[in-house]
Design a protein around this ligand. Structure first.
Ligand code: DLL
Length: 433
């Protein structure tokens, strides 16, 4: 552990620390952020919590609040105290901007050092940081953590996949940090270059920034011969470093000394009991630049009940199955792309590249999953292909309890991403098929 004095803290002491930090945070946002002051005043409530349970009665923050305050309206300190800005990827609309004080950068570095240590990294490791550097939080976030832990850090950023492979090999990287979909592309590219990905010195990967399934994890572990660790975070709350798996791979420990996690029912917005799925909500306790109170992430997860064998006392959240924005409702059944991925990644003959394509057929929405066949499947053998298509459709129908049209497509025809993969393609406004 990087900071056992916090990571393995007694729960009672941790909750006292959370409450103290929560009240400090409430005082700060009430004093400095007009939106919060107005919200508390309008509701006639004081910016105080007498217990952690009282948090459930305080106002939420949503992405639109940050958009309305674009760019700096929700900062809680003067701009001269902000030493860095980042912004969210803007996949669901206008980007949002977040600011960090030097204290925030310092704490973020510690949290990312924790994350890497949680994944089993030590100062002896060589970390290849393939997340994008720039406004995206992934690159610089992992970078500062790797340096804080004392690892040898390779700041290669994303892209130029052949070079990634060459550097992995020549610089002897032992830990790879990138999105899981990019990890698959790196493995494929290595094979095309005549380099067996299993022959690389890599021993672990810290993958995140997009939803991925357990079967995809096993595939990546198999492709490279490594331990693949899930890391989670979002720019509005910090960036990476909010929660991460340990080597038990049984849920992501939330850094509860810096964030309070709640899981709420997206319909009633009331907290659900531990173990039940719902929308993840975070309150930052120590962020100075842009603290957020009860930020609704739109990510779906649940608290994993019980204690973890690793000795960390921070509660765990289950891997995020998807975002409410990406959830499809197909004939009344809620479906996340990651559930489709889980099925596909378990079927031999199909590659781990897929897209869910939405179109219009007359006035009806039509959903079709496009799945790449593996390189070893003869794409011109109609019978073989039809048998594979039928199997994929049947396995999806049995796992998801709803049937979805499946189209097999040629190897390499689905667009690859060097960052977050686009799993849902909405073509409904391109006219009827
Ligand atoms: O993706 C921060 C990050 C960078 C996390 C590198 C992990 C590694 P944003 O661009 O603001 O920040 O996107 C945040 O990405 O709300 C989730 O929907 C999704 N996401 C992030 N990590 C995971 C994960 C970064 N491990 C949004 N599993 C979040 C599933 C994830 N979804």
């Amino acid at each position: 552990m990087f900071q056992p004095e916090y990571e393995a803290m007694d729960r009672g002491a941790l909750e006292r620390l959370q409450l103290e930090r929560l009240n400090d945070m409430l005082t700060r946002v009430y004093g400095a952020v007009p939106m919060y002051r107005e919200r508390f005043d309008a509701a006639g409530i004081a910016p105080r919590a007498d217990s952690l349970e009282a948090l459930a009665d305080l106002p939420f923050t949503v992405k639109d609040d940050l958009r309305s305050a674009y760019p700096y309206g929700m900062f809680a300190v003067p701009l001269r105290d902000i030493v860095r800005v980042h912004s969210s990827s803007g996949t669901t609309g206008q980007v949002t901007v977040v600011g960090y004080t030097s204290g925030d950068i310092d704490r973020w570095s510690d949290l990312m050092a924790r994350t890497l240590a949680c994944a089993g990294a030590t100062p002896d490791d060589v970390v290849q940081v393939t997340y994008g550097y720039g406004l995206f939080t992934g690159g610089l976030g992992v970078h500062y953590g790797a340096e804080r832990l004392g690892c040898t850090t390779i700041p290669i950023s994303g892209g130029n996949t052949k070079r990634q492979v060459q550097v992995l090999k020549d610089f002897g990287a032992t830990v790879l940090a990138c999105t899981p979909s990019y990890a698959v592309l790196i493995a494929e590219t290595a094979s095309e270059m005549g380099i067996d990905p299993r022959s690389l010195p890599l021993r672990a990967g810290v993958f995140g920034a997009e939803p991925w399934s357990e079967n995809m994890r096993r595939q990546i572990e198999e492709l490279f011969g490594i331990t693949a660790i899930d890391i989670y975070g979002l720019s509005e709350v910090l960036g990476p470093g909010v929660a991460s798996e340990c080597s038990c791979q049984c849920g992501l420990h939330v850094n509860e000394d810096h964030f309070i996690i709640e899981i709420v029912d997206p319909a009633t917005l009331r907290p659900v009991p531990d173990g039940e799925r719902g929308e993840v909500v975070f309150t930052t306790l120590t962020k100075e630049g842009i603290p957020v109170l009860r930020y609704r992430t739109r990510d779906i997860s649940r608290i994993v009940p019980g204690e973890c064998a690793c000795g960390r006392t921070f509660r765990r959240m289950e891997r995020v199955s998807g975002r409410t924005d990406d959830m499809l409702i197909i004939r009344g059944v809620n479906v996340f792309p990651s559930q489709i991925e889980q099925v596909l990644a378990g079927i031999p003959g199909v590659a781990p590249h897929y897209q869910v394509v939405l179109t219009k057929r007359g006035s009806m929405d039509h959903v079709e999953v496009h799945v790449e066949v593996g390189p070893d499947v003869p794409f011109d053998e109609i019978k073989t292909l039809e048998a594979l298509r039928t199997r994929v459709a049947a396995e999806i129908a049995s796992a998801l309890a709803v049937s979805i049209a499946v189209r097999l497509v040629e190897p390499k025809s689905i667009q690859r991403s060097e960052g977050k993969a686009q799993r849902v393609l909405d073509r409904r406004d391109e006219g009827s098929e």
